[in-house]
Design a protein around this ligand. Structure first.
Ligand SMILES: *[C@@H]1O[C@H](CO)[C@@H](O)[C@H](O)[C@H]1NC(C)=O
Ligand SMILES: *[C@@H]1O[C@H](CO)[C@@H](O)[C@H](O)[C@H]1NC(C)=O
Ligand SMILES: *[C@@H]1O[C@H](CO)[C@@H](O)[C@H](O)[C@H]1NC(C)=O
Ligand SMILES: *[C@@H]1O[C@H](CO)[C@@H](O)[C@H](O)[C@H]1NC(C)=O
Ligand SMILES: *[C@@H]1O[C@H](CO)[C@@H](O)[C@H](O)[C@H]1NC(C)=O
Length: 257
């Protein structure tokens, strides 16, 4: 009897240990939404720094720097209550962009295209559920430069007419700065016109057209991580509840013995 109880206790301890280390891992994961009460002042986010270490986002960052749009974004992040949300395509997205090329754009058009990748407000991933009801949403580029958002079971899909893509991971999401990785460069109708060549598959599920998406991009940034992000907080809660139950049971056992 006593031996059984000991074994049970050891198992409980093991379970507790494992679940708490899993918990710690999840808490440490960068794609989690921010904690509910950030008491200290929001730290200054250096966007250049952030975009040069994450990604690789070098192509996008180089465009931001050469057009000085980086200063506009940094100013918005530094000095406004609204904050900023930026959708950042990986280098692969620029490499696979062949049909409408960016090379023929004027300086102003290039600037607008970059501004088109940002919203002049901080949005957490959860906020996009509401935002999809407000589509089309104006971007930092203003005017007819709008994006449509749809929430497909927790994944944020983005449509610009020319581009249908999704948020494949969250690089940074703490008020006032949100930076989300997207699979494609967002092309505005305001620049490229409404004469959009038909896409092979605008359906949400098979939007990995093998020619357009480099294999590395879909491997690293593909569905598993993106689709697990919104549910991880639920898992933490249930884990917490579960380990408390184990604790309570083992506590009760000790009393009983
Ligand atoms: C931001 O980071 C970049 C790259 O690390 C650095 O060159 C720049 O001085 C930083 N800017 C500020 C204002 O700290
Ligand atoms: C943003 O804030 C940092 C730190 O206070 C400052 O060094 C930087 O010059 C600011 N940049 C802009 C564009 O306002
Ligand atoms: C870019 O402009 C050049 C010359 O004006 C033209 O030959 C080329 O087809 C254009 N490329 C695209 C992708 O529009
Ligand atoms: C989101 O929309 C729901 C109903 O559509 C509303 O009750 C809620 O207040 C909205 N949340 C935000 C943050 O706007
Ligand atoms: C965006 O949504 C609006 C309203 O639902 C729709 O009229 C428009 O065609 C959509 N635009 C794109 C580019 O998907």
């Amino acid at each position: 009897m006593e031996k059984m109880a000991r074994i049970f206790m050891v198992i409980c301890a093991l379970v507790l240990f494992c679940s708490s280390s899993a918990y710690a891992q999840m808490v440490g994961s960068p794609s989690l939404s921010p904690s509910p009460a950030p008491a200290p002042a929001p730290p200054y986010v250096n966007l250049t720094d952030l975009l040069s270490v994450a990604g690789p986002f070098h192509t996008f960052l180089n465009y931001l720097v050469s057009t000085k749009v980086i200063e506009t974004f940094q100013h918005q992040a530094n000095d406004t209550e609204e904050g900023i949300t930026i959708f950042v395509p990986k280098d692969d997205a620029f490499k696979s962009l062949k049909k409408p090329s960016l090379s023929n754009l004027t300086e102003d058009q290039l600037k607008s295209l970059l501004l088109f990748h940002a919203l002049a407000h901080y949005y957490s991933l959860a906020d996009f559920k509401n935002l999809s009801q407000l589509s089309p949403v104006s971007t930092f580029a203003g005017g007819q430069y709008t994006l449509n958002f749809t929430d497909v079971s927790g994944t944020v899909h983005i449509g610009s007419g020319w581009t249908n893509t999704k948020v494949s991971s969250s690089v940074h999401s703490t008020d006032p700065v949100a930076v989300y990785q997207v699979d494609k460069v967002l092309l505005p109708e305001a620049i490229f016109g409404t004469d959009i060549p038909p896409t092979p598959a605008p359906a949400p599920a098979p939007d990995i057209s093998p020619a357009a998406d480099a294999p590395t991009a879909s491997d690293e940034a593909g569905s598993p991580r993106a689709s697990s992000t919104p549910s991880s907080s639920y898992r933490i809660i249930s884990l917490g509840v579960w380990s408390q139950m184990v604790l309570a049971i083992s506590g009760g056992l000790v009393l009983f013995l």
